[in-house]
Design a protein. Structure first.
Length: 95
C-alpha cells in the first residue's frame, strides 16, 4: 500500500459511506481523501485505510502533480471523479 496517492477509492464506513474520493496523501494507516466538492484540498477527510476500498482507477496526471509539488486544483479532482462516475453509469446503462 505504498503507492496510494492518486487512486480513486470509495468510503466503506461513516456518514460518507459510498462516496468516491481521490487519495491525496497518506501517513501510516490513514489516508487523506478529497473530492473537489465537499472535501477540498485545504480540508481533506482523514480516513483509516481499513475503511476505504480502492477502485483500481488512478489519475496519473494528478499523481505526478502531487509528486512534483505542483498546484492541484479542486476542479481537476472534481472533474476526474465526475468523469469516472459518468463512464461507470454509461457502462451499466448499456448492460
Amino acid at each position: 500500500m505504498d503507492n496510494l496517492i492518486g487512486n480513486l477509492c470509495i468510503s466503506l464506513s461513516g456518514r460518507d459511506a459510498g462516496n468516491e474520493y481521490l487519495i491525496y496523501a497518506h501517513t501510516g494507516n490513514n489516508c487523506f481523501l478529497v473530492d473537489g466538492n465537499a472535501k477540498k484540498i485545504v480540508n481533506p477527510k482523514k480516513k483509516n485505510i481499513k475503511h476505504i476500498k480502492l477502485l483500481g482507477v488512478e489519475s496519473t496526471i494528478i499523481k505526478e502533480k502531487i509528486a512534483k509539488n505542483q498546484k492541484v486544483f479542486d476542479s481537476e479532482i472534481y472533474s476526474f471523479i465526475k468523469n469516472y462516475k459518468n463512464c461507470w453509469n454509461f457502462y451499466f446503462s448499456m448492460i
